[in-house]
Structure formats: structure tokens, C-alpha cells
Design a protein around this ligand. Structure first.
Ligand code: AMP
Length: 106
């Protein structure tokens, strides 16, 4: 599997992990565009929102919920969640949610 986020999930390449459970990995974006810029990755490889079928909707719902809880617990409000879908907006073809905040993380 040549997906860079799958390699990060499998710990084949390093990343700054801020959150992990059995279904989701939260990491710091390598090129932050805000004081806090995180990425929430489902551990299941799904290319994008376009390729997410209805039976997988809980994968998306779950990263949304994890990001919201993380933002609350780390006092990141106000925050922005971004879901890029397709090139040129989406660079990495593994579904992920950006969480950006003007606050630095505690
Ligand atoms: P997108 O344009 O939505 O696909 O965003 C992909 C994001 O992944 C970009 O903001 C990149 O800076 C980030 N990124 C790419 N490679 C890595 C990496 N190895 N570790 C952390 N973030 C990465």
C-alpha cells in the first residue's frame, strides 16, 4: 500500500500523534496553516468522500465526532473542519478531516 497516511497509521513512517483509538489516528499536519493544524484519519483506507458509500457513513460520522470532542477537550474553539475532496484540493487520497484553530494546543 503506497498511501502515506496508511504508512503513518501503520507506524512505517513517523508523525506527531495527538490522538489514537482503535478506529482513528489524529496527527499534526506537517505543514501547519494555523497555530493548531491537525488531521484526523480513519484507520480504514477510504480514498475520499466521493468513494465513501452509505454503508461506511459511520466512518465519517466517527472522525467528525472525534474531532469535535478533541477540539472541546483541548479548548480549540473556535475551530474549522475541512474535508477536501478530489484534486487539486485533496493532495492525499485517504479520507481525512483537517482541524484548524487559531489557539495553540494546551
Ligand atoms: P489535503 O490537501 O486535504 O489532501 O491535505 C493533506 C495534508 O496532509 C496537507 O495539509 C499536508 O501538509 C499533510 N501531510 C502530507 N504528508 C504528511 C505527513 N507525512 N505528516 C503529516 N501531514 C502530512
Amino acid at each position: 500500500m503506497s498511501c502515506v497516511f496508511c504508512k503513518i497509521i501503520n507506524k512505517e513512517i513517523p508523525s506527531e500523534v495527538v490522538y489514537e483509538d482503535e478506529r482513528v489516528l489524529g496527527i499534526k499536519d506537517i505543514q501547519p496553516k494555523s497555530p493548531t493544524h491537525l488531521l484526523f484519519l480513519p484507520k480504514t483506507h477510504i480514498e475520499s468522500l466521493d468513494s465513501l458509500d452509505e454503508s461506511q457513513i459511520d466512518v465519517f460520522n466517527n472522525i467528525l465526532l472525534v474531532a469535535k470532542k478533541f477540539a472541546t477537550e483541548h479548548s480549540l474553539r473556535p475551530y474549522r473542519l475541512t474535508l477536501n475532496t478530489g484534486a487539486p484540493f485533496q493532495e492525499v487520497m485517504h479520507l481525512h478531516l483537517h482541524l484548524e484553530s487559531t489557539h495553540s494546543m494546551n
